[in-house]
Design a binder for this molecule. Structure first.
Ligand code: MRU
Length: 361
């Protein structure tokens, strides 16, 4: 394990989402994550359709970032009707909300953000459309800034779980790229490192779209956190070699009993961690909980195109017409999760009762 944590430069936040302009003439600016790490290019979304496409194709990704992007997407979709009557404004709101809701099914932050935007619409039924649009932009900004604060609090609560000189394994990307702040799982690592703890991160590459190798290593290296990239299939052996003493990942939707959906492969990592008696932590804000679902079997799991596993990044790697199954997420049962790190504190042990105690009824 190399030791390069000393003399770390000032942290650099990965700004991935920003709004430019006012409510009636604004743009959503995103760092196009499909191009990383080879190219750092920002794109401007100027319509609800471009936001939907950006979410669908993972230009913007990670549960909290998807929620923030969707909130701004609502504002973009309503700009053309800001001068019209309230009835057409509300009709268009429904269309825009449906467009965004159909982008990706698993991350609940998307639906939470859309429902918050709807609450604003419905609680000011008498406002003219232009003023309504300004209120909706305020709400989108609030969702963004709350997410930034939640990331910071998750980092503070999670840092206490990590000790000096530990190896920490993570899966997928739950960093600044996936949120409006410093991330969830990576926020814990950044906060522990800021406290002076010397950590070494093992990043699963995270097939098929390689969020671990393309994004997590990129973020950690920018922040001078020592990181080693491993194939997903090496995780068990890395644990067996005693190179990691903790696992921290993010989540896309957590049921009321603590069952947690996250990137495909997370469940396997949790099983491996249990077999090697290594604590397995999930870091997620309250906006990632879906308390309407009693357990994880109700979480909708996105299935993505076969090409992601037969022609990943353009090269054919499987016979033509092979049958495929490409779920983008899996569900880790609560009993495999040592603790869930939220902005309101730690949920430990993870049960329906402790989830309720920390998050409220
Ligand atoms: O398909 P992705 O890249 O959107 O999946 C992202 C993840 O699974 C993350 O771990 C999760 O959204 C948490 S991000 C703070």
């Amino acid at each position: 394990m190399s030791d390069t944590n000393a003399a770390r430069p000032a942290p650099q936040r990965s700004v991935t989402l920003s709004w430019w302009g006012d409510a009636a003439d604004g743009r959503l600016r995103l760092l196009d994550q499909t191009l990383l790490p080879a190219e750092e290019r920002e794109i401007d979304c100027d319509s609800v359709e471009t936001v939907r496409e950006a979410i669908r194709s993972l230009r913007v990704r990670g549960a909290p970032a998807i929620g923030v992007a969707a909130a701004y997407g609502v504002v973009l979709g309503l700009q053309d009707v800001a001068d019209g009557d309230r009835e057409s404004f509300s009709r268009r709101f429904d269309e825009v909300s449906d467009i965004l809701a159909s982008s990706r099914p698993t991350a609940v932050n998307l639906f939470t953000a859309l429902s918050r935007m709807r609450q604003v619409l419905e609680s000011h039924a008498d406002l003219p459309s232009g003023e309504m649009l300004a209120r909706l932009l305020d709400e989108a900004r609030a969702i963004e800034s709350e997410d930034r604060r939640m990331c910071a609090a998750i980092g503070r609560f999670g840092a206490e779980l990590l000790s000096d000189h530990q190896g920490v394994l993570t899966h997928c990307n739950a960093g600044g790229l996936a949120t409006a702040g410093d991330g969830t799982a990576l926020s814990v690592i950044f906060a522990a490192a800021a406290e002076g703890k010397h950590l070494h991160v093992y990043a699963d590459e995270t097939r098929p779209l390689l969020q671990g190798s393309r994004l997590t290593t990129w973020e950690l290296m920018r922040r001078d956190i020592p990181v080693t990239l491993i194939c997903d299939s090496a995780a068990g052996w890395v644990m067996k070699q005693k190179l990691v003493q903790a696992v921290v990942t993010g989540a896309d939707r957590i049921a009321a009993n603590g069952d947690a959906a996250n990137k495909i492969g997370t469940y396997s990592v949790a099983l491996l961690a249990r077999a090697h008696e290594i604590p397995f932590y999930i870091a997620a804000p309250s906006s990632t909980f879906d308390l309407t679902l009693p357990a994880g079997d109700g979480i909708p799991i996105e299935e993505r195109a076969a090409e992601e596993i037969t022609r990943g990044f353009g090269r054919q790697t499987a016979p033509d017409d092979v049958e495929t199954f490409n779920p983008a997420f899996d569900v880790t049962p609560a009993e495999l999760i040592t603790a869930i790190i939220t902005e309101r504190g730690l949920i430990r042990p993870v049960t329906t009762q402790t989830v309720r105690e920390v998050l409220g009824p």
